[in-house]
Design a protein around this ligand. Structure first.
Ligand code: HEC
Ligand code: HEC
Ligand code: HEC
Ligand code: HEC
Length: 156
């Protein structure tokens, strides 16, 4: 075979060898397939302890039910029953221990995150009713008309 064909081949082989050599240094020794095999068990063993110690930020709404029963039962009957409280109030962490209170955001921006009209036909985002912020009661807080926990209730 001609030299000009073999030379690039040697370069490629050298790169492959180099990659394997580098991998031996960089990948931790406890990384590999564990009890659950290649599909679910492909991870670093030492990582298990790190994830167990990881503090959960989001609790989901069933966590709120016992203490904020009123807000919970109201929202569950409304169109907002399909979104989680923490979408609007932020991560609960260990609330009410820490933080004692969760944030309340009354800005239009909070609602427009989901309700600003977006013409993306093929995405699920289209399923949420969108409004034009310039035309739909501009400059007035959404929550002065729509209760966030019952957004269609009490509208006149
Ligand atoms: C163990 C009971 C408990 C649980 C569970 C709980 N809360 Fe609270 N929440 C409280 C208490 C107590 C306060 C403080 C009330 C006060 O001092 O005004 C509070 C305050 C709040 C406030 C601020 C209210 C205000 O008037 O400023 C919000 C918002 C809130 N909680 C949302 C949530 C959400 C969302 C969840 C679920 C992810 C949740 N809470 C879970 C007990 C709880
Ligand atoms: C769509 C956003 C949104 C969702 C979802 C939501 N909240 Fe709220 N929440 C608000 C806003 C905005 C206020 C302030 C309303 C006001 O003062 O007019 C508020 C107020 C509160 C308050 C203060 C007291 C009150 O009723 O005004 C509590 C407690 C609360 N929310 C708990 C919850 C819980 C529990 C859930 C889930 C079951 C939840 N919220 C879901 C936006 C939301
Ligand atoms: C995390 C995304 C999210 C946020 C934030 C949010 N919404 Fe919604 N909203 C929804 C979804 C999902 C529905 C149910 C689908 C629908 O009806 O469009 C809904 C439904 C509604 C509806 C009923 C629409 C109809 O005709 O059925 C109104 C009104 C509404 N939201 C107002 C608000 C207001 C006001 C805020 C701010 C306080 C807000 N939303 C914040 C996701 C959100
Ligand atoms: C001055 C009161 C008022 C304010 C402020 C207001 N709305 Fe509305 N909104 C209404 C009324 C009344 C309706 C029902 C009649 C209509 O469709 O216009 C409505 C309807 C809606 C709908 C349903 C639209 C549909 O196609 O069925 C959504 C979503 C909505 N508003 C979201 C918002 C958001 C998000 C904000 C803030 C950015 C907001 N609204 C501010 C009064 C208000």
């Amino acid at each position: 075979m001609k030299g000009h064909v073999l030379r690039p081949l040697y370069v490629v082989l050298a790169l492959v060898a180099l990659t394997f050599a580098a991998r031996a240094f960089v990948v931790p020794p406890d990384f590999g397939a564990h009890e659950k095999g290649y599909m679910y068990g492909w991870y670093r063993k030492g990582n298990e302890a790190e994830w167990k110690a990881f503090k959960v930020k989001h609790q989901t709404r069933s966590y709120c039910e016992g203490c904020h029963t009123e807000e919970y039962s109201l929202i569950m009957k409304s169109p907002h029953g399909i979104i989680n409280c923490e979408n609007c109030h932020g991560p609960a962490r260990d609330h009410p221990e820490a933080p004692l209170k969760l944030g309340i955001d009354k800005s239009r921006a909070l609602c427009l995150r989901c309700h600003g009209y977006l013409p993306y036909k093929s995405t699920g985002r289209e399923m949420i009713k969108g409004i034009s912020p310039e035309e739909h009661n501009p400059d007035v807080e959404c929550v002065s008309c729509h209760s966030p926990h019952n957004p269609l209730g009490g509208l006149s």
